[in-house]
Design a protein around this ligand. Sequence first.
Ligand SMILES: *[C@@H]1O[C@H](CO)[C@@H](O)[C@H](O)[C@H]1NC(C)=O
Ligand SMILES: CC(=O)N[C@H]1CO[C@H](CO)[C@@H](O)[C@@H]1O
Ligand SMILES: [Zn+2]
Length: 514
Amino acid sequence: MRATLLASLAGYAGAALSASVLLSGGTIIAFDEDSKFLNVIRDGALLVTDDRIAGLFDEANPKDIPADTEIVDCTHKIITPGFIDTHRHGWQTAFKTLGSNTTLADYFLTWSSPAAGHLFAAEDVYDGQLAGLLEAINAGVTTTLDHAHTMWSTDRAEAGLEASIESGARVVWAPAIDPTPNYPFADQIKDWKRWNKRAFPNDLVTLGIAYDAWDIGAPENTLAVAKLIKDAKPAVLTIHWLGGVWPIDSSPALVHSYGVLNTSTAVVFSHGAGITAASADLLRSTNQFLSITPESEMHYGHGHTFSHHILEQAALGVDTHLTFSTDMITQARLWLQRTRSRLFDEVLNHWDIPAKNPMSVNQAFLLATRQGGLALRRPDLGIIRVGAKADLVVFNGRSPSLLGWADPVAAVILHANVGDIDHVLVDGQFRKRDGKLTYEKYPELVDSFLKSAERIRRKALERPEPVADGDVLWGGGTEVDVIRGEGTGYGPLFRDTGDKTSAKAAAGEKHDEL
Ligand SMILES: *[C@@H]1O[C@H](CO)[C@@H](O)[C@H](O)[C@H]1NC(C)=O
Ligand SMILES: CC(=O)N[C@H]1CO[C@H](CO)[C@@H](O)[C@@H]1O
Ligand SMILES: [Zn+2]
């Protein structure tokens, strides 16, 4: 399924709205620019006019609103800014659940862009990207920085761009310059320049750029990418960088040496777990950000060695949504508890008892919202204040999981789930309403995506298990098991590994003693 680009988004054809909407009666988690902190308005109202937040009121039914305003009753609801995901690979939706126990080594060999390119035609990229972005909208994610490594060919790259536009989400689409024999560097740069000149049908999608090979790329390519960034000044440059024990140095210092860290382009380094004090200072002084992706970093074992030291220059991201949650509430919650846990451990390791809690729900909330806007140099995103973009999420404050809340921030960060999200607005338009996506062609997309996903899955699993070669040597480590006996914690469920004995063992045959 491949939409041709129309002036309006094909899937939202019928979504006509009055110019103004009043979200009336809810608790609004706004932001106060003077105190630089959250400002909770109870039983208030929020006026949306066109694409912006036009008014905030401390009463549910303000008099002074435009005559044709549509009133949406938000009594008992919690209104937050749209969540911002600063690191995602939107095309990977078709692999969902297949990577449930991968390590980073497995990921590179099986699900990563170089390993998976041959499985995807342009239509597959389109369907996966669109289904993945609608999945994000459903979860309250209104802005995504898409590190788009579908640069396998012009048509497959462009399919990701077209699907981003069609999704109605706010997307910084950052194609990852990564030459292959079939799609050489010069062609990728030529395409990027063409996309940069192209008029997009709305301002929801902007062109960014991704480049990871600052130290391993051909030097002339890296210089050319740096020159392109300095000349074309894309809104965002994004870079995978782990630091610490991890190979491939694409650190702030190296990027700075190419003259692209301290310009008008926002630079987002994904992960940065092993960040050094010097790199942290460089991020502060150039006002650039890390994208911490708590769930992926724990899932793959990146570690969180030092990234908690630079949270004032950090935002959060999802990363490979094929493997886990797509929503930012979960990321914020995981990061909050992960940070608490590791800072508590530091106290406990000294045989002391922690006297105070090192991180608050308010900080977690800001990381998933306003900090994402700041990382993209979009102070009008991830925030509720007059003049900001009307990217909004409305939670049902009387859902079973939220019932009884007093602090709306704690309610959202520690108790809410995606099912509690009633409405999502992007640019003042309802993209989810009364618990349902408003994308009218969703049923068609589901059919088309599922066919594509099944074909991709079959092809992916047909291949022999890839084997890591000696150059990328990854340590062993302990495997845990929740079932008594000599089985394996992985179980025989999804993949026939050819080892029937261990499959039977895991299925229970050796567990007679239970
Ligand atoms: C970044 O640019 C600003 C303004 O040009 C300059 O004052 C500052 O020293 C630069 N910072 C670094 C780390 O180069
Ligand atoms: C379901 C699944 O993917 N299981 C895999 C988990 O990881 C082990 C070790 O890498 C594999 O052997 C399993 O096939
Ligand atoms: Zn990534």
